[in-house]
Design a protein. Structure first.
Length: 191
């Protein structure tokens, strides 16, 4: 599949009215980056600034994510950054099961088109969704952050690496170094 497939999907997502989040969104946040990315990052859902700008991770958590990407030797343009939900939950509340159910077919299509070799899941929602999608049992972030889950079958060669959500460092500053250490690991996995 190609860049064009991703653009067609983007158009479809931008007019989505499957769940009530379309009533309160300012912009859909489809995600952005390279259609040929070897690495895909998956966060939870757009926050205030993402909803305003229609781009993923452009608020405070995004600033820290940029720092983490540079630790891994990566540029935004060479990865693809997506979220579990494409529209902001009001007041940044947590995603609801029915919203995840309705929205993740778009994420699944993004994965099919981009075919990343590595998916870094940012936070609990992305981690449990992606691990379970590929047949793994999820666990607490404290136990599985920075671990590599390998999917190897006829159709898929993929590593899934659960990561703390970058926003964790904003309300628990002592976690900053733990998170940075995990991103150094990604650099090793990329070699
Ligand atoms: N948090 C997320 O999970 N995703 C974003 O795009 C921004 C903040």
């Amino acid at each position: 599949m190609s860049k064009e497939d991703l653009l067609v999907l983007k158009k479809e997502v931008e007019t989505c009215t499957r769940c009530d989040l379309h009533k309160t969104r300012t912009n859909v946040v489809f995600g952005e980056g390279s259609a040929n990315a070897r690495i895909m990052l998956c966060g939870e859902a757009p926050g205030y600034w993402e909803d305003q700008k229609g781009r993923p991770f452009v608020g405070n958590a995004g600033k820290f994510l940029d720092e983490l990407l540079s630790i891994a030797g990566l540029k935004r343009e060479e990865v693809f950054i997506a979220n579990i939900l494409k529209c902001r939950p009001p007041g940044n509340r947590e995603p609801r099961p029915e919203e995840i159910e309705l929205c993740t077919s778009f994420l699944n299509k993004q994965i099919k088109i981009i075919k990343p070799r590595i998916i870094c899941t940012l936070g609990n929602y992305a981690t449990s969704y992606i691990l379970e999608k590929y047949g793994f049992k999820s666990d607490s972030m404290g136990k599985i952050h920075g671990k590599v889950f390998r999917v190897s079958n006829l159709s898929t060669q993929l590593k899934i690496i659960p990561m703390y959500h970058p926003a964790t460092a904003l309300y628990k500053p002592y976690m900053k170094e733990v998170i940075k250490r995990d991103w150094k690991l990604i650099k090793e996995e990329l070699k």
